[in-house]
Ligand binder design. Structure first.
Ligand code: FSO
Ligand code: SF4
Length: 514
């Protein structure tokens, strides 16, 4: 096997024997085959792909994301379904040989990989919007065309242009997802989220799929079973249509890489709706349920019916059997819900605070968490930000600092949680709104993006930011193994991309920049 799509890749270069994530060589081979079939289907779909074809492409791309699906048989079955769809479209010939994707001249392979991994991220966001009933024909065409582009040899310049085009198309997909979330669950508003664990049975829900949470809340109403969010589900508490359910009690746990410790001995079942799923330990494997794109061989699954409805009664029964907490375990609170719409509606106060000199600089410290100790950088960075600066955050990287008390700045807390990584659109809108208010470009704002990447959604968001011409982004904890020296040089030269160094050095450089 060969896989180097995520930040924890073996030796910083590639997983070859088995995945650091737990992906087996069999699953890797099946997912490579699936990727080839997806490219072949995109080629057969032509310029006007049917919505169902793009549904198939997007879900297939999401399936191959890090920490989503570990089941070789499922990837094989999905690949067969994709092949069938291609045949039905009259697609001729064989799918490209999987390994050819990663063979050839170094920079070309690097660019092809960047394009493929960016598309996996975009597929994930497109899937999230589609399960909430939203599709965008133009974005669908762009996704399909970019995937088909991988089916032929391309010059490096054309690949780079296509990578930026995928970043730009992803902005439209993020906008669609943002609109879908608000249409289904209301406009998120600032909320304090309890970390107290109440007495009684409960279900913990992880991943990013708010639709699954909504269905779970409907079905647990009046059952005596509480619901807590885990990981990237934390921002769900900001949505009026979700928080109105009294059994949605609070949040348990931190970022994905701590789940094997946090779930050990947990007296309730866990529902994984999307990434990041780690191979369950034997001590809690019988309490893990998966749904949607996510799976693990042997773990119980909840399938949707033809209308997309899911029956969570098995989880509710399991929660009651396990009994939950026998007494209350008190905890503090964290805040969330400072998404794009909440901040833009207070834009006047934000602009006044900047003009009066109360807020000197904004940092967006966002992205994924992960296991590497070098990620301590982000905690230290946030701790060291001066009191006259505001820290915006999104993604699961926030768990490294979201319990810190950074105080307040003007009418706002200094630390503002804008939501999941899926909410990157809101952060981009805030940056654009600030640029509009100050009559300058985003690059002239007192704003610095300090990103932590782990998987392919983060890759795609980075491509979106680059497509918007945003420069001077700091990125860590390490650089993607799939960026060749040549490609990295181009990104550094064109976009002034900075690999992180130390919090002290980076803060000094950022704050002394004119
Ligand atoms: Fe984290 Fe995992 Fe949301 Fe990623 S849960 S690491 S960017 O998959 O998706 O932030
Ligand atoms: Fe390795 Fe990451 Fe690929 Fe898993 S997803 S096999 S950890 S590079």
């Amino acid at each position: 096997m060969f896989c180097y799509q995520c930040e924890q890749t073996a030796k910083g270069s590639g997983c070859t024997k088995s995945g650091v994530c737990g992906k087996t060589p069999e699953t890797a081979a099946a997912q490579d085959l699936l990727t080839s079939e997806l490219i072949a289907l995109a080629m057969a779909a032509g310029e006007n792909p049917a919505p169902e074809t793009v549904d198939l492409l997007a879900e297939g791309l999401f399936l191959t994301l890090t920490n989503v699906s570990f089941d070789a048989a499922r990837a094989e079955a999905y690949a067969a379904k994709v092949k069938q769809a291609r045949t039905a479209l009259g697609g001729k010939g064989a799918a490209p040989v999987p390994n050819s994707l990663f063979q050839g001249e170094r920079d070309t392979v690097s660019l092809r990989s960047t394009l493929l991994f960016g598309l996996r991220g975009m597929g994930a966001y497109r899937y999230h919007a589609q399960v909430l009933g939203k599709r965008d024909e133009a974005a669908d065409k762009r996704l399909t065309a970019a995937l088909a582009f991988l089916g032929a040899e391309q010059a490096p310049e054309a690949l780079l242009a296509r990578i930026l085009e995928v970043g730009a198309a992803n902005l439209d997909v993020l906008a669609l997802l943002d609109a879908a979330n608000s249409a289904c669950f209301g406009v998120p508003a600032p909320a304090a989220v309890s970390l107290t664990r109440e007495k009684g049975p409960f279900i913990l829900i992880s991943g990013h799929d708010l639709g699954d949470l909504a269905m779970l809340l409907e079905q647990t109403g009046g059952s005596g079973v509480n619901v807590y969010t885990h990981g990237e589900m934390l921002p769900a508490h900001a949505y009026p249509e979700l928080r109105k359910h009294p059994q949605l009690k609070g949040h348990i746990g931190t970022a994905w890489q701590n789940q094997q410790d946090e779930f050990d001995g947990l007296p309730g079942p866990v529902l994984f709706t999307t990434n990041c799923l780690m191979p369950p330990k034997a001590s809690y494997a019988d309490r893990v349920y998966t749904t949607g794109v996510t799976d693990f061989p042997g773990a119980a699954r909840v399938e949707a019916d033809a209308q997309g409805r899911k029956d969570f009664s098995a989880l509710i029964r399991r929660a009651k059997e396990l009994g939950g907490y026998t007494q209350e375990l008190p905890g503090g609170t964290v805040t969330t819900g400072y998404g794009g719409k909440a901040l833009i509606s207070s834009a006047g106060a934000v602009i006044d605070a900047v003009k009066a000199g109360g807020i000197k600089h904004f940092f967006l410290v966002g992205g994924c968490d992960g296991g590497k100790s070098a990620r301590r950088y982000y905690t230290e960075f946030v701790k060291q930000t001066p009191p006259d600066t505001a820290v915006l955050t999104l993604g699961c990287g926030k768990f490294r600092f979201n319990t810190l008390d950074l105080g307040s700045i003007g009418p706002f807390p200094r630390l503002l949680d804008m939501g999941q990584c899926n909410d990157a659109y809101g952060a981009i809108q805030v940056a654009l709104a600030l640029a509009g208010a100050f009559n300058c470009g985003v690059n002239e704002l007192p704003l610095t993006l300090v990103l932590s990447w782990f998987e392919q959604k983060a890759v795609c968001i980075l491509l979106t930011l680059l497509s918007l011409g945003i420069k001077n982004i700091y990125i860590g904890p390490s650089l993607p193994a799939f960026l060749s020296e040549g490609v990295l040089k181009t990104l550094v030269e064109q976009y002034h991309l900075h690999p992180i160094t130390t919090p002290e050095q980076d803060l000094k450089a950022i704050l002394s920049r004119p």
